[in-house]
Design a protein around this ligand. Structure first.
Ligand code: G3P
Length: 273
């Protein structure tokens, strides 16, 4: 399973790259917005040159950049432009296309995501199809040619709780088997949790022999990372703080303190010589 960082921040990416375990980077307009705000204090750096710096340090690892258009023509124009501008630097750019670019629940351009995936894929531009919330969306994206589909686990959990008017904090653990309210298992049309969304996408792809990779996105905690990994995600993308917390455990630190306390000069000499 590959590990990506979900960030547009150069320093965060650099630090995690230094672990030697990072396989790629995902960005989205919200993550880029944060960096644009930081860049306002630096007169010299433009957003374009900032992204180029990210591509240089990631040295050919997969980096996803998202379009912002809301219809087919805008999305393919932006996808081609992003690819032309940035792919020569890292040779591994993925264009992120939303499965359905509509801002409303019902609109006439809902198939434009699929059409844009088909067009860009026909030009051999790899697509990461984003904002996936059902296995059927994932299936159609893959059939249109997407190389990666990105189901949003954390936001699926948010949605199930929002529909049931449950107060929650985004980092609160949400059980993979779902939760009950008034003795009834809550679900989003048969999906009982974000981890279940990943599991169902994986099962569908396996049964239908689809080779498109499943990238588990919107990961909020180490436990959710563990569960989507066990569900068979091909890639997991996580924010910087979640990646950092994967290594921490109270008993690990306690054990280190104990071993340090018990160190005898004889053993220290033996080890250090
Ligand atoms: O990769 C998608 C991600 O950026 C969304 O995460 O935590 O805002 O739902 P989140």
């Amino acid at each position: 399973m590959q590990i990506f960082i979900d960030s547009g921040n150069l320093e965060e990416i650099k630090e995690i790259l230094d672990y030697g375990l990072l396989d790629g980077v995902t960005t989205n307009p919200s993550l880029i917005k944060k960096e644009v705000e930081n860049l306002k204090n630096s007169a010299k750096t433009t957003l374009g040159s900032y992204i180029k710096q990210i591509l240089k340090i990631t040295k050919g690892k997969r980096v996803s950049l998202e379009v912002v258009g809301k219809n087919y023509n805008e999305m393919i124009k932006e996808g081609l432009a992003l690819y032309k501008k940035f792919n020569p630097i890292s040779k591994n750019i993925y264009i992120k296309i939303p499965i359905d670019p509509c801002l409303e629940d019902v609109c006439s351009t809902e198939a434009d995501g699929i059409k844009a995936i088909k067009f860009l894929s026909s030009k051999k531009i790899p697509v990461n199809c984003t904002l996936i919330f059902t296995p059927e969306q994932a299936f159609l994206a893959a059939k249109a040619g997407a190389k990666i589909v990105s189901p949003f686990a954390g936001r699926e959990d948010d949605y199930i709780r929002e529909m049931a008017s449950i107060n929650f904090n985004k980092k609160d653990y949400f059980p993979k088997k779902g939760i009950k309210k008034l003795n009834k298992l809550l679900s989003d049309n048969g999906i009982v949790s974000g981890v279940d969304l990943i599991t169902q996408c994986k099962t569908l792809f396996k049964i239908q022999k689809i080779t498109c990779e499943i990238l588990a996105a919107s990961i909020r905690s180490p436990r959710q990372f563990r569960e989507v990994a066990l569900a068979g995600a091909d890639i997991v993308t996580m924010p910087y703080d979640v990646i950092k917390s994967l290594l921490r455990h109270h008993k690990t630190s306690e054990g280190m303190r104990q071993f340090t306390h018990d160190l005898t000069p004889e053993y220290e000499n033996l080890v250090k010589k």
